[in-house]
Write a protein that binds this ligand. Structure first.
Ligand SMILES: Nc1nc2c(ncn2[C@@H]2O[C@H](COP(=O)(O)OP(=O)(O)O)[C@@H](O)[C@H]2O)c(=O)[nH]1
Ligand SMILES: [Mg+2]
Length: 218
C-alpha cells in the first residue's frame, strides 16, 4: 500500500461510534439466568475487555472475525469507527465473557476518546509479518496505549504481540526479531497467527484468558 493510498483510506473513516452505547454484557443471559437460580454465584461471569491494536491492514478485523465465527474475507474493508464482538469462554470451573474490540488505526483512534480505552483488561498488539513498517509501528502503538489507558500496573499489564499473516510467502520480519522486541519491552508473550487459515487464532485469545484467570471483573 502506498502512503497516499493509506492516507486516502484513513480519511474515509467516519466516526459514528458512540461510546455510551456500549451494552453491558454483564447482565444475566438465558444461560446464566434460569439455570443458575439458587446457586447464583457458582458460575461467575468474568468480563474481560480485550483491545486489538496495531497499524492499518495488519489483520485486526480479520483476527476478530476468525475468532468470532471462523470466517475470513480476502477483500479489504476499512473498519468504521470501532466494533466489538462478545464471546463466551468456559474455562475449567470459571466462565469468561470476552468483549473483543476491533479498532481503527492510530490516527482515528484518538478521536474515539479516552473512554474507549477505559477498563481495558488486556490487549493484542498486532503487526503483519510481511510489512516491516507495521512491526516498527508497534513501538508507538504501545506508547499510545499506555498514555491513554493508564493501566494500574503498567509493568504487568497482559499484552500479547501477534505476528499475523504467517500463511503468506513473502515474510519480512523474522520470529527472532519479533521475540527480541518483545523481550526488550517487558517480556511480552509472542505468538504468530494466520487470520486467513485460522492458525493460532483461538490459542492467542485463550492465552489472554489464561493470563486473566482468577481475576474477577464485575
Ligand atoms: N493472507 C492473509 N491475509 C490476511 C490475513 N489477515 C488479514 N489479511 C488480509 O489483509 C487485509 C487487511 O486485513 P484487515 O483485517 O482488514 O486489517 P485491519 O486494518 O488491521 O483491520 C485484508 O485484505 C485481509 O483479507 C492473514 O492472516 N493472511
Ligand atoms: Mg479493520
Amino acid at each position: 500500500m502506498t502512503a497516499l493510498e493509506q492516507k486516502d483510506m484513513e480519511e474515509e473513516v467516519l466516526y459514528d461510534f458512540d461510546i455510551d452505547e456500549t451494552p453491558s454484557v454483564n447482565e444475566e443471559d438465558e444461560e446464566g439466568g434460569a439455570a443458575v437460580v439458587g446457586e447464583k454465584k457458582k458460575k461467575r461471569r468474568n468480563l474481560v475487555k480485550v483491545l486489538i491494536l496495531g497499524g492499518i491492514g495488519v489483520g485486526k478485523t480479520s483476527l476478530m472475525n476468525q475468532y468470532s465465527d471462523g470466517t475470513f474475507n480476502e477483500k479489504y474493508k476499512v473498519t468504521i469507527g470501532a466494533d466489538f464482538i462478545v464471546k463466551e469462554v468456559p474455562k475449567d470451573t470459571e466462565h469468561f465473557t470476552l468483549q473483543v474490540w476491533d479498532t481503527v488505526s492510530k490516527k482515528e483512534f484518538q478521536s474515539l476518546g479516552l473512554s474507549f480505552y477505559r477498563g481495558t483488561d488486556c490487549a493484542l498488539l498486532v503487526y503483519d509479518v510481511t510489512q516491516p513498517e507495521t512491526f516498527k509501528h508497534l513501538e508507538s502503538v504501545l506508547e499510545e496505549f499506555l498514555a491513554n489507558a493508564i493501566p494500574e500496573d503498567e509493568d504487568n499489564f497482559p499484552y500479547i504481540v501477534i505476528g499475523n499473516k504467517i500463511d503468506k510467502e513473502n515474510r519480512l520480519v523474522t520470529k527472532e526479531e519479533a521475540m527480541k522486541w518483545c523481550k526488550k519491552n517487558g517480556n511480552i508473550p509472542y505468538m504468530e497467527t494466520s487470520a486467513k487459515d485460522g492458525t493460532n487464532v483461538e490459542e492467542a485469545f485463550m492465552s489472554l484468558v489464561d493470563s486473566m484467570s482468577g481475576t474477577v471483573v464485575e
